[in-house]
Design a protein around this ligand. Sequence first.
Ligand code: MSP
Length: 553
Amino acid sequence: MRNEFHRRGGHGRIGDSRPVQSPLMHTRYITTPIYYVNDRPHIGHCYTTLMADVTARFHRLILGDANRVFFLTGTDEHADKVVTAASQRGLRPIEWADQNAARFRDAFDVIDSSHDDFIRTSEDRHKSRVTEYLRRLMASGDVILGDYTGWYDEGQEEYLTETTAKDNNFLSPVTKQPLVRRTEKNYFFRLSTYSDRLLAHIQAHPEFIQPEARRNEVLGRLRTGLQDIPVSRAVAGDPADVFGVLMPDAPGHRVYVWIDALFNYLTAVDTPERKHYWPATVHLMAKDILWFHAVIWPCLLMALGQPLPKTVYAHSYWIREGMKMSKSLGNFIEIETLRAYIDRYSVDAMRWYLATQGPMGATDADFSHAKFVEVYNADLANGIGNCASRVAAMIAKYFDGKVPTPRDPDVTLARESDKALSDVIEAVERCDLADAAKRAIRHVSEVDGLIHRTQPFRLAKDPANLEQVGGILYDCAEGVRIAALLLSALMPRKMAGLLRAWQCEAPGDKGAATAPLRDLAEFRGAHAIKPGATIARGEALFQRADPADPPPA
Ligand code: MSP
């Protein structure tokens, strides 16, 4: 394999470069899977896009620059099941794809996704580049013509290895439908020649596949070796009717939908204006499609001489009563349900629930109304909401609604602010969004703690203490400001609303403010809350929810 690599490496640009991390560490590129348009979006799709959105907003905030982050989502359209779904409705595939791509866009608007682009694989900008990549791979000998016979999972549109097929009793591990024995003349990607390099990369970069349980699974499977994989499918009928990308200079073949789809991450940024975003900082997805992203995709990139993404993160599933949500069980949380929750509790409350209780990490998560209400009351209504309104009420009562003059800073709160800031940034870098959220909301308890320790409402009974009370409330207000900033990637609307009502700088639509988070959220730093600023008291940030209320429908 080494010889093979060196021999081909000497012949041209492809294969020349090692998978090194980009020197352009000052940009971030976050992606979601591109979703199949054979059906409507549901909570699972919204969840991954939301996690990517939170990640992207955090990075924009951390860097203090929206232009240094690129967040991509989109749709995967050239699957056989899209063609079937369209024909069942008497539509051309592109008509059905248009309708459903629009539904995905709408769904992502519902959750306030801040993606910078929405790519569709049926677009020319994508298709023309896929053709170009394949032409290069064919020229370098990484893609060659051969015969393929294997166990095909028709629902998932993928071949399984002999071992996987056997382990699953020749049934699809996902749909449980029988696997089909298929033989085809098609083009192969010589995946096997990259197996050692990939293994070495995974071993040298613990952050490459996350979470760790998934990394171990991939490593285990990789140790049994890699087989070459088909990257084309035979075309029946007129090539002009093909819904997909034709193989370059190879009549009768089209590009296999998974290869076409994986390339979206590169096609979207393969322009002079966007090239610097590559390689991706994190490809997010659920565990169902990790193999494609952690094994096939990096090997394709190596073959193209491209640097590898920093992290491939595969979260677990939203389930319902212990079962994966699936079409056959009809147990999805649909967009309509999400909308009903959003109408009653706000989009930020839904984002908070999904982000803090969802299946980031290696365990599945159950969607539960009781849990939703519990978390909503604890963290939002009684947490940040109550804390902000208490501080505003005291400032209104004792200082006429104007931020009082600071005195010596509260040492504990100052120290905890620094720590919260560092911990949140560190959690985001580890892709541990639930931890970032937990850490941010804990800062609210620190402010509550200061009030509890110092009892400003008691001190205020004696007018001689007013300056001291002012000093305490100044720090409380500053603490709320910092908490709001740290929570803003998760709850952008409410937190921006709160910050603006307190005349503090708020992140813009995409989550970035004018300074990097470390400066912006420095306790009593250059961007601190201004003495004399008016604290507008609006409605409660989050009204308390009654656990006895039935779920919204
Ligand atoms: N089109 C491929 C992906 C190609 S990426 C180059 C595909 N599409 S999909 O529509 O089936 O979307 C799968 C993804 O949707 C999962 O990886 C995950 O991101 C999300 N989810 C679908 N169901 C889910 C749950 N029940 N729970 C959490 N996420 C889920 O695969």
